[in-house]
Design a protein. Sequence first.
Length: 313
Amino acid sequence: MPAAPRARPADLFTPDEWAPFQTRAAWVGPLLVLHCWGVILLAAIVGVLWPILIPLCVAIIGTRQLGLAILMHEAAHGGLSPNARLNEVLGHWLCAVPIGASLALYRPYHLSHHKYAQQAEDPDLVLSAPFPVSRASLRRKIIRDLTGQTFFKQRVLFAFKAFASQRDEDLAEGAVVTGRSVAPFLLVNAALLAAASLAGVWWAYFALWLLPLATWFPMVTRLRNIAEHACVEGSADDAFRAARTTRAAWWERAFIAPYWVNFHAEHHLFMHVPCWKLPALHRAVHARPQGERMEVATGYLEVLKTASGGAGA
């Protein structure tokens, strides 16, 4: 099985230029996890105090649930802490388990994606291969997400082995391991429900945790997957075109792409660079001639227009 083409830091940088991208601060990863849960808690409090704002809070919390998945992804690369034990605890129990995933199961799956990115052996190829699709098709996918159908497919049907031998675009990145992580997920969610009940707002668990998890989280996860790899010409042959970077506005970072996940082309080039250094890496790579080959979108709307430019129903 041929691996995906690779780039070396020495192809672009001197040792001194590359050195800052190799360092990992011990405090940044834990602070990002704290920030993610802090935003979730603050949005939940706002939703409890002013129920009219619940739709907005659902979007904010759903995006931070994606943030937990992104920080789990960071832990899969050993990036949340230089202390291996702390990296595993943060990535698994505070990021993966609350959204129904397992860091130990996710890591080999995801590293296989990096090894074979956009090759026939890429386990995530099914997520990008169908694109471009028609606007009607994309609309149906988003409706499935926002109405909870994708959540049911991933969390219930998959758990009962309904998709044991096949995948489709509704089984987003890591969903193949999500179905094997049911017991810890239920345990942590029971604790969240108990905490809400002790606070006298039992309903907040359903409206401000489970509802975002079943609706907004699958939708923004799908947008993330589309933006990262769909419709990138030459992605199987050129390391600088293995993925797309999307320049996200502040509102896109707040409601679609938290924690620098939009810098995906740079991540595929050098996957061990911490996520908070990706903006600087983006600037450094694009200052080199090789950076001109990379796929860069000006926003998520541009990506969706590209991904929904296909013909048919």
